[in-house]
Design a protein around this ligand. Structure first.
Ligand SMILES: Cc1cc2nc3c(=O)[nH]c(=O)nc-3n(C[C@H](O)[C@H](O)[C@H](O)COP(=O)(O)OP(=O)(O)OC[C@H]3O[C@@H](n4cnc5c(N)ncnc54)[C@H](O)[C@@H]3O)c2cc1C
Length: 332
């Protein structure tokens, strides 16, 4: 949005609470990357700790760490939206926009020679069960398949927001203020007048300056958790009781298999293939996908402790990991 507005001639300022990283910051060390790139060190969870919600902070947002799968919204999502009164957003109306974005971020189908070992195992198993595996499209270019996508790309092969839209926004005059968290929103009645942000020194974490933005229009796009949280902290819940409600999560459940031979499942492009068993009319059913992970992230999703956990992790090199995603129907 910042790119489009800046290219349209508007003066745009972007506040980002995370740092402006470059490929040289992405060390491929999970201990360093999970703690610096993710909110709450990758351990953000629901109050009862039952659901882990991972999302990143940094110029480029969670696209810095995501696995680059690019899917268009399925029909049942448009149907859900239309039931909520959003009728003009149809698959046909969206097609030119999808095409434009897909070109901008270089979306292409994963090629045969790029399919990781983990996904080859997934493919074999899915075919044996008659589940018709399909190939994903990703936004990555000349990927070398190091498998560290969730730690940021040290080779600049992801076509994420940091490398695509934001440089174009800046070229059109937008100003990106990194390490700057929007905190206070002042309004006059229903009209927002100023945003106040605190910029932190990335080394010390100390507040280095306060930034006050006065503008005609503000767009809050801090993600589905942090956006309502910011609004609620600023009293907007009194204006609209829906803020902070109706969140759907579409949870994923990891599924770990133990193979007879080393799999090196952590190498290669993660999430090349999937099985779609979602009912196109209402979204019931499930999606199966391969997943990429290294020891720290893997150990987080294995439900064991102490010695038994150690025994499981000793077989790490023989793992194959996939997950099941279901469409969330309830709201929180
Ligand atoms: C490991 C992982 C893999 C994923 N893989 C895929 C995938 O392959 N394909 C896919 O489609 N999706 C994937 N996703 C999900 C996808 O990346 C996110 O849904 C998407 O990036 C969300 O975009 P967003 O703009 O809503 O929020 P974000 O990308 O999270 O951006 C929000 C930004 O706002 C900043 N912010 C928040 N509050 C403030 C504040 N008060 N002041 C200033 N800045 C603030 C945050 O720091 C953040 O940078 C993945 C997610 C994860 C964690």
């Amino acid at each position: 949005m910042a790119k489009e507005l800046a290219e349209g001639g508007l003066q745009v300022v972007i506040l980002e609470k995370g740092h402006h990283y470059t490929q040289y910051d992405f060390t491929q060390r999970e201990d360093e990357m999970l703690t610096s790139l993710y909110e709450d060190c990758g351990m953000r969870a629901t109050t009862d700790q039952s659901i882990l919600i991972m999302h990143a902070k940094g110029v480029g947002g969670t696209t810095l760490v995501n696995d680059n799968i690019c899917l268009r919204a399925p029909e049942f999502v448009f149907d859900d939206w239309s039931r909520l009164g959003i009728e003009r957003v149809t698959p046909q109306a969206m097609r030119p926009y999808y095409e434009r974005v897909e070109k901008e971020i270089a979306v292409s189908r994963i090629q045969d020679h790029d399919v990781s070992r983990n996904d080859q195992i997934f493919h074999r198993g899915a075919e044996r069960l008659g589940l018709e595996p399909r190939r994903f499209s990703h936004n990555r270019k000349d990927c070398i398949g190091c498998g560290f996508c969730y730690c940021g790309c040290a080779y600049n092969r992801k076509r994420d927001m940091m490398l695509t839209y934001l440089p174009k926004a800046e070229a059109a005059g937008a100003q990106v203020l990194a390490d700057t968290e929007a905190e206070t929103i002042e309004r006059n009645g229903h009209r927002v007048e100023t945003f106040t942000g605190r910029q932190r020194d990335p080394e010390s974490g100390q507040i280095s300056r306060t930034i006050v933005i006065r503008a005609k229009r503000f767009v809050i796009s801090g993600g589905s958790i942090s956006t309502p949280a910011l609004l609620l902290r600023n009293g907007f819940g009194r204006l609209n009781p829906n803020i902070g409600r109706h969140l759907t999560l579409h949870p994923i459940l990891p599924n770990i298999g133990l193979m007879g031979e080393p799999t090196h499942f952590y190498e290669g492009i993660p999430q090349c293939e999937y099985v779609d068993r979602l009912d196109p009319t209402n979204g019931t059913g499930f999606l199966l996908e391969g997943i990429g992970a290294h020891p720290v992230l893997t150990s987080l999703v294995i439900p064991s402790f102490g010695i038994s956990h150690q025994r499981v992790m000793q077989q790490f090199d023989h793992f194959t990991i996939h997950y099941i995603m279901v469409k969330d129907r309830c709201q929180g």
